[in-house]
Design a protein around this ligand. Structure first.
Ligand SMILES: [Zn+2]
Length: 147
């Protein structure tokens, strides 16, 4: 993800990103990450507002360790969290399977020597067709992957 979007996200959610990390994917997933981080921080804030200071229980501050693309899907690794947060992360990762990693529009998994979720416009714009990108799976129509 480019430096501008990286700075925007890490500045907006400083508690989630106490240390600098590299977002190892393209810019199209920024909106998914922004929504995910907003929900995670909101959940942490809610839990922390109920903290029992004497018992020091209830402190829930998730820290993001790594964010990357793997097999065409967003992978969001965290330290800390609870079942609600794990469900939020899983949902965001599922959304990335139908979101173009380049532009954020509706996309499908494409495969050549590697896997990437892209929309038709980005396949054309990036000249990926000439590099052999072919759709093997449409998550919109529930087609069975052809491998
Ligand atoms: Zn696109």
């Amino acid at each position: 993800m480019n430096e501008l979007l990286t700075n925007k996200l890490t500045t907006k959610y400083p508690l989630l990103f106490p240390d600098a990390i590299e977002f190892q994917h393209d810019d199209g997933w920024y909106s998914i990450l922004d929504a995910l981080c907003m929900q995670i921080q909101s959940h942490c804030n809610k839990l922390n507002s109920n903290i029992d200071i004497e018992k020091k229980e209830g402190n829930c501050q998730v820290r993001v360790i790594q964010v990357k693309e793997k097999l065409g899907t967003l992978c969001f690794y965290i330290n800390g969290g609870d079942d609600t947060i794990y469900a939020l992360v899983e949902f965001a990762e599922l959304l990335s399977k139908t979101t173009c990693e380049d532009c954020g529009r509706l996309g499908d998994l494409q495969v050549t020597s590697r896997m990437k979720t892209l929309c038709d416009s980005c396949i054309t714009a990036n000249r990926l067709k000439s590099k052999g990108w072919n759709r093997i799976y449409s998550s919109h129509t529930d087609q069975i992957p052809i491998i």
